[in-house]
Design a protein around this ligand. Structure first.
Ligand code: NYM
Ligand code: MG
Length: 253
């Protein structure tokens, strides 16, 4: 994989004290204290590492958005510079076209909308890179894997679907929240958006399965929310610690 950059030297990314761990007395925090101390120690010198690109993937209603929010607030509470992102980013003009399409307010050719989803990531790539290099960890709700799994589920060629995302920043960790499509559908039902149908979601799940690589961790999303949350904290903490010294790489599939 292509090396983009070496580490950018920067003031410590983990700035706050470990107050909550030291004073809360909660086993929850105590369990992770050592890992976070390791991170702080590693960044205690004049330089600290880059942030981590952590992606959450899964079917609609798999719990990604709730878990992203919980993970983000946990990391922030621990003094980690972290931001929550999501794709599609509906705030850009490309994102608004996608949003209208998902709401069935517009019709677009399947390949066209696939490329729009990809463009929506490309328009954020430079900002993503600068955030990561300046030490900010990004917790991202959906990324290129959604792009491929959903478009391939429509019958588009999977290699064709992957191609436009080659060169985006490769995630350090992909957490797949594994929930059976039937189970996901029970969770308050689907909204009115395109793709929110059980038969389609089954196909999406199959394609997600074929995309798994060494950066993936599969978490059983049907476990209680707190259990899932705990597993995500551990995975993200280890990842943030491990990738501080690693260069960013490009997605190659
Ligand atoms: N989706 C999302 C795609 O089809 N391609 C993509 O590249 C991405 C990022 O958009 N059903 C689909 C998956 C979802 C829908 O996402 C909206 P969300 O997370 O429900 O807002
Ligand atoms: Mg959705």
């Amino acid at each position: 994989m292509t090396t983009l950059v070496r580490l950018a030297g920067r003031a410590a990314s983990w700035t706050r004290s470990g107050k909550s761990a030291a004073t809360s007395g909660l086993g929850l925090f105590a369990q992770h204290r050592r890992a976070f101390q390791g991170v702080r120690m590693a960044s205690a010198g004049t330089k600290s590492g880059r942030g981590a690109l952590v992606v959450l993937e899964g079917l609609d209603r798999s719990g990604k958005s709730s878990q992203c929010a919980r993970l983000l607030s946990y990391l922030e509470g621990r003094g980690c510079h972290a931001e929550g992102w999501r794709f599609p980013d509906r705030g850009t003009s490309v994102g608004q076209m996608i949003s209208a399409y998902l709401a069935n307010e517009s019709q677009l050719d399947d390949r066209t909308v696939h490329l729009l989803f990809s463009a929506n990531r490309w328009e954020k790539r430079a900002l993503m890179e600068s955030k990561l290099l300046s030490g900010t960890t990004l917790i991202v709700d959906r990324y290129s894997y959604s792009g491929v799994a959903f478009s391939a589920a429509k019958g588009l060629d999977i290699e064709w679907c992957k191609a436009p995302d080659v060169g985006l920043i490769a995630p350090d960790l992909v957490i797949y929240l594994d929930v059976q499509p039937e189970k996901a559908a029970e969770r308050g039902g689907y909204g009115g958006e395109r793709y929110e149908k059980i038969e389609f979601q089954k196909k999406v799940a199959d394609h997600y399965h074929s995309l798994r690589d060494s950066t993936w961790k599969v978490v059983d999303g049907s476990l209680p929310m707190e259990t899932v949350e705990q597993q995500l904290r551990e995975l993200a903490t280890n990842c943030i610690q491990d990738c501080q010294e690693k260069p960013l790489t490009n997605l190659t599939w």
